[in-house]
Design a protein. Structure first.
Lengths: 95, 228
C-alpha cells in the first residue's frame, strides 16, 4: 500500500510542518485518514497530503566543499567596521 | 423544507438506540480491522456514533426523566427501539460491514437533514452539529463502497452484503424519507434493489440482540445504583 506524508499547518499563514505518515490504498483514503488522524480535534488549519514517492530527497553532501572558499560563508567576515564607516559617511551614525 | 413538529420521545429514543447499537457493533472491529489506519478510523467512527447517541438520550431525558446513562443502559432489551439493521453482528465480514455502513449512513443523512428543520431549537442545533460529523461518515462509507466495487472479489462481497441487508435498511426510514433513500442508493451504489421487498421494521429485534444487550449492560448491572 502506498505511503503518504502528511504536513500540518496549525494556524493560517504558518509554515506547514511534517506531522507523520500513513498508509492508504489511494488518494481518497489518504484524504479520509489524514482528516481523521490530524484534523479530528481541530488541531490543524490545513493539511498537505503527499505521496511519499513524490517527495524528492537529497542527502549530504549537497555540494562537496572541496576548496577553501570561506568568503562564501556569511559567518566568514565581520561587516561591523564597514557598516560603521558607511553610516558615518551617510551622516546617520548611531551607537 | 417546512419546519417540523418536534419528534416524540420515542422517536428520539429510536435515533439514540440506532446510534448506540451501531457504535457498539462497529467497535467490535477495533483491533481487527483490515489494516491499522482503518482500525483507527473505524473505531473513531464508532465512538462518534456513541457520542451522538448520548446527545439524543439527553434530549429524550428532558421528557422521559432519568439521564443519558439510565436510558442507554437501564432498559430491558425489549424496550429498545433500535432497528434490526444495526443489531446484526457482522464482525469478521468486512463486505457486509461496509454494506451496512453505507446503507445506514445514506439513510441517516436524510433523517438528520430533516431534524435540522425541527421546531425544537435544541434538537435542530444538535442535528446541525451531528451533520458535520456524519458528513465524514458518509464520505468514509462511500469511498469504501467504491473501493470494493473496483475489483471482482470486492464487488461480489459488497453486493452480497447489500442484497442481504436491503430489507433491513428499508426499515430505517419511512414515507418520503424512504423515497429519498431509494433515490440516493440508486445514484450512489452499484446495486439494483429488488422492487418488492418487505422491510424488516423497527420494533422487531434480531436473534443476536439479546446477547449484545447482555454484554452492553453487564458492567452496569453488576453494581446497581453504582456511582462511576
Amino acid at each position: 500500500m502506498p505511503i503518504y506524508e502528511v504536513f500540518r499547518q496549525e494556524r493560517e499563514g504558518q509554515p506547514f510542518q511534517h506531522g507523520g505518515s500513513l498508509e492508504a490504498p489511494n488518494r481518497e483514503f489518504a484524504d479520509a485518514y489524514a482528516r481523521e488522524f490530524y484534523g479530528r480535534r481541530a488541531e490543524s488549519f490545513a493539511l498537505w497530503i503527499v505521496p511519499r514517492e513524490a517527495v524528492m530527497e537529497v542527502r549530504e553532501p549537497y555540494v562537496a566543499p572541496v576548496f577553501d572558499r570561506d568568503y562564501r560563508r556569511v559567518d566568514g567576515y565581520s561587516i561591523k567596521v564597514k557598516l560603521k564607516e558607511a553610516r558615518e559617511l551617510a551622516g546617520t551614525a548611531e551607537g | 423544507m417546512s419546519s417540523q413538529a418536534p419528534p416524540r420521545a420515542d422517536e428520539l429514543l429510536a435515533l439514540a438506540d440506532d446510534e448506540l447499537v451501531l457504535g457498539w457493533r462497529d467497535s467490535e472491529w477495533t483491533g481487527i480491522a483490515p489494516f491499522l489506519e482503518e482500525d483507527v478510523a473505524f473505531s473513531s467512527i464508532a465512538q462518534t456514533e456513541i457520542g451522538h447517541a448520548r446527545a439524543f438520550y439527553e434530549l429524550a431525558a428532558r421528557e422521559l426523566g432519568g439521564t443519558a446513562d439510565t436510558l442507554a443502559f437501564d432498559r430491558r432489551p425489549e424496550e429498545y427501539r433500535s432497528s434490526p439493521l444495526v443489531e446484526l453482528r457482522l464482525v469478521h465480514d468486512w463486505g457486509r460491514t461496509i454494506a451496512r455502513h453505507v446503507l445506514y449512513e445514506l439513510a441517516d443523512a436524510i433523517r438528520v437533514a430533516e431534524l435540522k428543520e425541527s421546531d425544537d431549537a435544541d434538537l435542530a442545533g444538535l442535528a446541525e452539529k451531528i451533520e458535520r460529523e456524519e458528513a465524514y461518515h458518509v464520505m468514509h462509507a462511500q469511498m469504501w463502497a467504491d473501493r470494493l466495487a473496483e475489483s471482482d472479489d470486492g464487488r461480489a462481497r459488497l453486493l452480497a452484503g447489500l442484497d442481504e441487508l436491503w430489507p433491513y435498511a428499508l426499515g430505517l426510514v419511512e414515507g418520503a424519507q424512504r423515497e429519498r433513500f431509494l433515490a440516493d442508493v440508486a445514484e450512489r451504489l452499484p446495486f439494483f434493489f429488488p422492487p418488492e421487498v418487505e422491510p424488516v421494521a423497527r420494533g422487531e429485534h434480531v436473534d443476536e440482540w439479546a446477547e449484545l444487550w447482555d454484554e452492553m449492560t453487564m458492567v452496569r448491572r453488576s453494581a446497581p445504583g453504582g456511582r462511576w
